[in-house]
Write a protein that binds this ligand. Structure first.
Ligand SMILES: Cc1ncc(COP(=O)(O)O)c(C=O)c1O
Length: 389
């Protein structure tokens, strides 16, 4: 099997038609959106090709098999088994987040998030007619209890309902929240009456040395809801399907979710995600070993070629959050320092995600996608260094 990150050539990858490979001209190395440069895990590819050969492309038959595959994976890896009867199929994680927010908050209510954070959190919360309240991560990239308490107090002011959209593990910093941190979240959310919705899409992508704790496995988390999907860990963003799981005290809320909310998941997505969770653990382990090498490689390369850039290796996800504030970049049009992502793109021909998209404290940072070959990680850093030269 081997490292899936070392299987495809750049020429193979450039034949892809997904957004990652088509947004920028061919001289740009695309390390931006969270897609991986890997072939599919063999059981996933087989599930899809078997379905295509059969013309099995109809409506999904509900998410029971997917839910039981997730339960098996979660039991084996995290010692937690979500109950299939408390699990519902949703089209994808972000639409599942929106459904969860609709279950536990009303029009105009607040949703607390921890910037810098996955940019669509802002867009989906607002498109669901909810308000964003920010509780920034601390400078150590960890949850800040004081910021959370202040945000929860603001969110429930006037007796309103409120939710907390927890990103666990955290995109873009790769922070894996500890059991103590999650216990703090439970204590604060109970104190303020805030409902927790945990986006756990990156959960399978945790490196050795860190331990992922599912939010709903924590004592006292029963009023929470969590989203799971094989989409990030097995690169299935193009075949959509996700699961919304309710804690025991949120089961009645989940039962109120309209049936149509699950209808947008694709049958091929359900088959692919089920095969990923049920049969593709060995492939995931090879991937995690490859990502571990890339995390260390990036550290060495940054230290050597970009010494002013600060890099804290992620504990989870395949994303690296690079602090470029100490780079002496030329002023941009407005007189403020140029956005480093713009400099790396224009002068280095490397596409990274600009930090400001991630909200408060994002400026001066870039998000670098490590899910590629060591050769392309090396080439990207070479280009970034050349852009500054
Ligand atoms: C934290 C987080 N949530 C959700 C998503 C998107 O998931 P989906 O395509 O299933 O909506 C991503 C994609 O990168 C993500 O990082």
């Amino acid at each position: 099997m081997g490292n899936p990150l070392q299987t495809l050539s750049l020429a193979d990858l450039r034949r892809r038609s997904s957004e990652k490979w088509r947004r920028y001209p061919p001289d740009v190395l695309p390390l931006w959106v969270a897609e991986m440069d890997v072939p599919l895990a063999e059981p996933v590819a087989r599930a899809l090709t078997d379905a295509v050969a059969l013309g099995d492309t109809g409506y999904p038959q509900g998410g029971a098999d997917y839910a039981s595959a997730l339960a098996g994976f979660a039991r084996e890896r995290w010692g937690w088994a979500p109950k299939p009867e408390q699990t519902r199929l949703v089209p994808d994680v972000m639409l599942g987040v929106v459904e969860a927010l609709r279950l536990v908050t009303g029009y105009g209510d607040a949703v607390v998030i921890n910037p810098p954070v996955y940019p669509p959190f802002y867009d989906f919360i607002r498109s669901a007619d909810r308000r964003v309240v920010e509780a920034p991560l601390g400078p150590d990239h960890r949850l800040d209890p004081d910021a959370l308490a202040a945000a929860f107090a603001e969110a429930v002011a006037g007796g309103r309902q409120a939710a907390y959209l927890l990103c666990s593990p955290h995109n873009p910093t790769g922070t894996v929240h500890t059991a103590d941190e999650l216990a703090m979240v439970i204590e604060l959310s109970d104190r303020y009456g805030v409902r927790v919705v945990a986006d756990e899409i990156h959960a399978p992508l945790v490196c050795r040395g860190a331990t992922f704790r599912p939010y709903l496995s924590m004592p006292g988390s029963g009023r929470g809801l969590a989203l799971h999907s094989a989409s990030k860990a097995w690169n299935l963003a193009g075949v959509k399907a996700a699961l919304l799981v309710a804690g025991p005290a949120a089961a009645d809320d989940l039962a109120r979710m309209p049936k149509v909310a699950g209808d947008g998941a694709s049958h091929l997505g359900v088959l692919a995600h089920t095969a990923a969770f049920r049969y593709s653990g060995p492939w995931l382990d090879e991937l995690l070993a490859g990502l571990d090498q890339n995390r260390r490689l990036l550290g060495d390369l940054v230290a050597e070629h970009l010494p002013q850039v600060r890099y804290r290796p992620p504990e989870g996800t395949y994303l690296a959050w690079l602090d470029c504030r100490d780079l002496a970049l030329p002023a941009g049009d407005t007189g403020a320092p140029a956005d480093p992502a713009e400099v790396f793109l224009e002068r280095g021909r490397v596409a990274l995600v600009p930090g400001p998209a991630f909200g408060t404290n994002g400026a001066g940072h870039v998000r670098f996608n490590l899910a590629t070959s060591p050769e392309l990680v090396t080439e990207a850093v070479r280009r970034m260094a050349a852009a500054l030269g």
